[in-house]
Design a protein around this ligand. Structure first.
Ligand SMILES: Nc1nc2c(c(=O)[nH]1)N[C@H]1C(S)=C(S)[C@@H](COP(=O)(O)O)O[C@H]1N2
Ligand SMILES: [Mo]
Length: 404
């Protein structure tokens, strides 16, 4: 347990930083409204060809930025309680480094310092027959096992300097359906509320304590939700929800309640929780729906962004290699396109090898020869009208690079 760790002072004004992070709203990257798919003719995807940088000399990596960007130190816990943040350095992703080491995995909300953990840890169960039931975490462990790699993204992942509230880990846990099987819901039960502890000594101006989300049993089953007890082959760390947290693969991190202490069966008219209301805009709801059943699933849709721009010397020339990630959504696609200024057309990006899963991110790279010096705003889109991309449509992940 790393209880003794103290955040080091950030290099920039803490107040500004935390204000920006906590805001977590949408930073519209500007630019003219996208005329998505207007161009018609679908671009042909290039094959996985020879490496255009074979034999070239790597020079350096250019920083990416964007509107409202705040440069933060990576992999350091900043702030406290609900305002605590640790951001992952996505620019270091490599084909052999696609799992985020636990000490680099992003943090939103640190371990509740006022929590008095029950020993042994128990989860209250409500809305079930024989209702003051409690589940002992230790009793659930017979169903514990590897749950595979899954990416997590904070719905407020909005800082173009890093977009670092996103990480991927290998998880260990207990399938949620195995947990629910141990309860007998009342006949009026339709949905499941899952809550976690949030007893922090510091109060937050923007976030409400008491993370909890309401799901249907089908949503949880379809996503393969589980109660995680470990990540990257070790027990969960306190800040990541020890001893037990929810993971709903493919959904925003906001639903991934940490320090789970209650599971409650509720009826169809259950109001949305304060936590759901707080995250309504960031999970793309229409307004702030009063009832839980009016919430659309908080699914991470297909998205893509550059994570670094490399400069290479190729013979007499300088060439650039844009490396990025593609993530989210349910169906695998490689129909990715990139654009560097709104006056130029989108070009296909070779996603090689093609992704096999959407449970985690896929790396792509793109050889680029800029027209000249200046600022370029890199945006991506998916060339498939069947695939909704609400965030790409509003240039949520647009990033700027300066070419000298
Ligand atoms: N109890 C509790 N659980 C929580 C939160 C919280 O504030 N309190 N934040 C949620 C949000 S918004 C995110 S993005 C994820 C972050 O999980 P991580 O810190 O392990 O990356 O935890 C979720 N679970
Ligand atoms: Mo989040």
């Amino acid at each position: 347990m790393r209880r003794d760790r103290r955040p080091r002072p950030p290099r920039v004004s803490r107040r500004r930083v935390l204000g920006q992070l906590a805001a977590g709203g949408f930073l519209l990257a500007g630019g003219p409204l996208n005329t998505l798919f207007a161009a018609g003719a679908p671009a042909r995807l290039p094959e996985c060809g020879p490496d255009p940088f074979a034999g070239a000399a790597f020079l350096d990596t250019l920083p990416l930025t964007g509107q409202g960007a705040v440069t933060l130190p990576f992999h350091q816990l900043l702030g406290r309680g609900l305002d605590a943040r640790l951001v992952t350095d996505l620019s270091r992703l490599r084909p052999d480094r696609l799992i985020t080491p636990t000490n680099e995995f992003y943090i939103r909300t640190s371990y509740p310092d006022r929590l008095q953990p029950p020993d042994p840890w128990i989860i209250r169960v409500g809305g079930a027959v024989g209702s003051d039931q409690t589940l002992r975490l230790d009793d659930l462990r017979s169903d514990e096992g590897s749950r595979g790699v899954s990416l997590m993204e904070c719905a407020g992942n909005a800082n173009p300097a890093d977009f670092g509230l996103m990480s991927a880990a290998g998880w260990t846990g207990i399938p949620l359906d195995r947990v629910l099987e141990r309860t007998t819901p009342l006949t009026t039960a339709r949905r499941i509320l899952i809550s976690g502890a949030d007893q922090h000594s510091t109060t937050s101006r923007r976030s409400t304590p008491g993370a909890s989300w309401i799901f249907t049993p089908d949503e949880l089953a379809e996503a393969g939700a589980f109660l995680a007890t470990g990540m990257n082959d070790e027990a969960l760390t306190p800040d990541h929800g020890a001893p037990v947290r929810l993971v709903v693969p493919g959904w925003y991190g906001a639903v991934a309640v940490k320090w789970v202490n209650e599971i409650r069966w509720v009826g169809d008219d259950e109001p949305a929780t304060a936590h759901m209301r707080e995250f309504a805009a960031r999970t793309h709801q229409q307004g702030i729906p009063p009832l839980a059943r009016e919430f659309a699933p908080a699914i991470v849709r297909h998205a893509a962004m550059p994570v670094r721009v490399e400069r290479w010397r190729v013979g007499e020339d300088v060439m650039y290699r844009v490396v990025g990630i593609l993530w989210g959504g349910r169906q695998v696609t490689d129909r990715l396109q990139i654009r560097f200024t709104h006056t130029e057309p989108y070009e296909p990006v070779a996603v090689c090898p093609a992704p096999e899963t959407t449970r985690t991110w896929t790396l792509w790279s793109h050889a680029w020869r800029p027209r000249g010096p200046g600022r370029y705003r890199i945006v991506l889109r998916i060339d498939d009208q069947e695939i909704p991309t609400p965030r790409l449509d509003i240039y949520f992940y647009a990033r700027d690079v300066w070419i000298a």
